[in-house]
Design a protein. Structure first.
Length: 413
């Protein structure tokens, strides 16, 4: 057994996930991965042939993101043919799960050096482009568990927890303000790898382009609650024309109605991007005279009720903390993915976490959520901020479709 050590973490900037409008929309997702791989190898000075496996998270594995994008990106990057690659899908937790799998390979003693990360080009492979839907289009599963759109689940959480529209808008405003301050202070620069056009070599994006500087609470308040219309629409496959809201409330009969509070301004942005985290064994580090930045203390996943779907970051975090022999108060910084504002709010409430420790440089509401890459990006962001503040521990957590959560605890060394 070996302690998995993090040598480095890199990511691309997040580009707006709109076809022909975002700066990265003209870059093939394989290229996004290959540039992060080469960047992390160059920064650490490792011999590429020593990397035993590259694990990449990717949610929409269709079209340009199909055909095992991890392996194809390795080949595109001109890495040795001996380096293997595998692509996984744990929905929004894919990027962090990829890092955790790399850490498991190293920690078990089966590997000496591995990379975990993720990619999502949402401008080129939009959500749902795999054609499967949340439940794989299986009517038999739908008879047992009728999953609803995630935005309705987020609104249901807000309703149950008593989060108002003002609550989620204020959280969104804070995300924007913190991200803007972090950008202006160059807090993200340590991990950022500028993306270049592979044909011309010119830089096409060197900073996150999704944040909206100058966002105001008044402006956020003018946005429509996106999922109110979805909630009132008939859910396909119901016998009596039930609406999506009614389907969700089957599981929650004590809730009179869903109060829809989430908008395009207080939910995560659609973006493109990739990330990579290099994990090594203690023996490899010693043999090559390397200086690790952190170690992975514990990882965990947790399943929760699949209709409300997004409540598992708290129990996943508790499971990881228990494995590490820690409590929530032992964590210096938290990165809780802002898929919807209600998710970090609910997680903070359940775990008793102070707001000043959570997403201190903003989150996906401001920066965007490139589905398969976000978890790996958050780990790098947390590590950079631990070093900047001279703190020790961080916990990264994400909600996941289908009623799951994932958490990872890192500690500086």
């Amino acid at each position: 057994m070996s302690i998995p050590l993090i040598l480095d973490a890199v990511r691309t900037p997040r580009g707006r996930g709109k076809k022909d409008k975002g700066a990265l929309s003209g870059i093939h997702p394989q290229e996004l991965v290959s540039q992060t791989l080469n960047a992390i190898a160059e920064r650490t000075g490792i011999d590429k042939k020593d990397v035993e496996d590259v694990v990449m998270g990717c949610v929409s594995q269709a079209g340009e993101q199909g055909a095992n994008i991890a392996r194809n990106a390795i080949l595109l990057a001109d890495w040795p043919e001996a380096v293997t690659g595998v692509t996984l899908n744990r929905f929004c937790g894919s990027g962090l799960q990829a890092v955790n799998f790399a850490a498991m390979g190293v920690g078990s003693g089966q590997q000496e050096l591995a990379i975990g990360g993720g990619v999502e080009s949402m401008s080129r492979a939009p959500m749902g482009s795999d054609g499967a839907g949340a439940d794989g289009n299986n009517e038999l599963l739908r008879d047992k568990v009728f999953q609803v759109p995630q935005g309705i689940s987020a609104d249901l959480i807000a309703t149950i927890e008593g989060f108002s529209r003002d609550d989620v808008d204020r959280f969104a405003l804070q995300s924007q303000q913190r991200a803007q301050a972090a950008q202006e202070a160059c807090y993200f620069s340590k991990s950022l790898v500028p993306v270049k056009d592979p044909k011309t070599g010119k830089v096409v994006l060197e900073r996150d382009e999704h944040p909206r500087a100058g966002t105001t609470l008044e402006g956020l308040g003018e946005l429509d609650a996106v999922f109110a219309k979805f909630g009132a629409a008939p859910a396909p496959g119901t016998d009596d024309g039930e609406t999506w809201d009614q389907v969700a409330l089957r599981r929650y009969p004590d809730v009179a109605s869903i109060h829809h509070v989430h908008t395009a301004g207080n939910a995560s942005g659609i973006v493109d991007g990739a990330a990579a985290v290099l994990v090594a064994s203690e023996d490899y580090v010693k043999a090559h005279g390397l200086k690790p930045r952190a170690r992975i203390r514990a990882t965990a996943t947790y399943g929760a009720e699949p209709v409300i779907m997004l409540t598992a970051p708290a129990p996943a975090s508790k499971r990881a903390l228990a494995k590490a022999g820690m409590s929530a108060s032992d964590i210096d910084l938290w990165e809780i993915n802002e898929a919807f504002a209600a998710i970090p709010l609910q997680t903070m409430k359940k775990l008793g976490i102070s707001d000043d420790k959570v997403n201190v440089n903003g989150g996906a509401i401001a920066l965007g959520h490139p589905l398969g890459a976000t978890g790996a990006m958050l780990l790098g962001t947390a590590l950079d901020e631990l070093e900047r503040r001279d703190l020790t521990t961080a916990l990264i957590a994400l909600c996941i479709g289908g009623g799951m959560g994932i958490a990872t605890i890192i500690e500086r060394v």
